[in-house]
Write a protein that binds this ligand. Structure first.
Ligand code: HEC
Length: 96
């Protein structure tokens, strides 16, 4: 009984968190492990929040094709289709 209730609360809070973040598209959540979401985080990895949509699409395609060298982004970009890149870029561009 108690365990079922705890599980139900757990699921409810995960669902609430997803809604609060305005539903990032598939894959976008993985980016924030390296690209800081907060301006208060000091990191050599640039923030993506508010990045120009076209610039992000270009960067991802260039990393994917090898036209732009990266330490990790070349490998990461290979995991995304054009549609996924478009969706992620649109979502980040819309974030403040
Ligand atoms: C393992 C850490 C890591 C993850 C995860 C990661 N990045 Fe990166 N990202 C980097 C690093 C480091 C750079 C700098 C280029 C390099 O060294 O590869 C970078 C650079 C970029 C740039 C270029 C930024 C600019 O101003 O030129 C874009 C765009 C980008 N990442 C998008 C993404 C997206 C979108 C995701 C999620 C799908 C993502 N990254 C996930 C580490 C990461």
């Amino acid at each position: 009984m108690g365990r079922t209730l705890a599980a139900a609360i757990g699921i409810a809070s995960i669902a609430a968190a997803a809604v609060a973040s305005a539903e990032p598209p598939a894959g976008a959540a993985s980016c924030s492990g390296c690209h800081p979401a907060s301006t208060r985080v000091i990191s050599p990895v640039p923030r993506l929040t508010g990045m120009d949509r076209a610039a992000m699409v270009r960067a991802m395609r260039d990393f994917r094709s090898g036209q732009r060298a990266g330490t990790v982004m070349d490998r990461i970009a290979k995991g995304f289709t054009d549609d996924e890149i478009q969706a992620i870029a649109a979502w980040y561009a819309s974030q403040k």
